[in-house]
Design a binder for this molecule. Structure first.
Ligand SMILES: [Fe+2]
Length: 193
């Protein structure tokens, strides 16, 4: 199924089918990103959930898969902000833009990890993502995002596993340092007033 009737449940079913095939990560993420684009193409897909962004900007947990462990989350990013540079360890991410425009900055690490707390991380690419587009971030891919100056972003971030279960890393490029800690886990949807 695709187009305007493709709902969250269709995406979850398609992603589960993709994961069941046991593809290499790159091929799996390409196939999964195509499914997320189908969901983003349905402009009504978030109608059931969007109210939660009026309560808080999330991330809100829309689905955590009991078999495969992936999490579908909904979030709002305020305009004119840049997030810290980081990766999500063993959790791959599909970052789908529903509303707004973001620049996703991608980096590579050049040091040999022999100096504790130190890291040499350099920018490699900027990807401008618009509504309906998906940024594919494999496991350990270093990245951050900048929202546009005049518009908030609404995004669906699909994580390969719950970020509460991983130890991800944040990088300070100016200082050449790295620190680690649990990821920012999504919360279950709040009670509706
Ligand atoms: Fe991230």
């Amino acid at each position: 199924m695709s187009g305007p009737t493709y709902e969250l449940e269709d995406f979850v079913a398609d992603l589960r089918a993709t994961l069941a095939r046991g593809l290499p990560e790159e091929a799996m993420l390409e196939e999964a990103a195509a499914a997320l684009r189908r969901l983003l193409a349905n402009r009504d897909a978030l109608a059931r959930y969007r109210w939660a962004l009026d309560v808080d900007r999330g991330p809100w947990l829309l689905h955590e898969d009991r078999d495969y462990g992936f999490c579908v989350t909904l979030l709002l990013k305020p305009r004119d902000r840049t997030t810290p540079v980081h990766h999500h360890e063993r959790a791959w991410t599909l970052y789908g833009i529903f509303d707004g425009i973001e620049t996703i900055h991608r980096y590579e690490r050049h040091d040999d990890r022999s100096a504790p707390g130190r890291a040499d991380v350099r920018l490699t690419a900027d990807h401008i993502r618009r509504p309906g587009e998906v940024e594919i971030e494999p496991t350990y891919a270093i990245h951050n995002e900048t929202t546009s100056r005049d518009q908030d972003t609404i995004a669906i971030a699909v994580r390969g596993r719950n970020l509460a279960l991983i130890q991800q890393e944040w990088f300070d490029l100016a200082a050449g340092t790295v620190r680690s800690g649990p990821g920012n886990a999504a919360r279950p949807l709040p009670a509706r007033a």
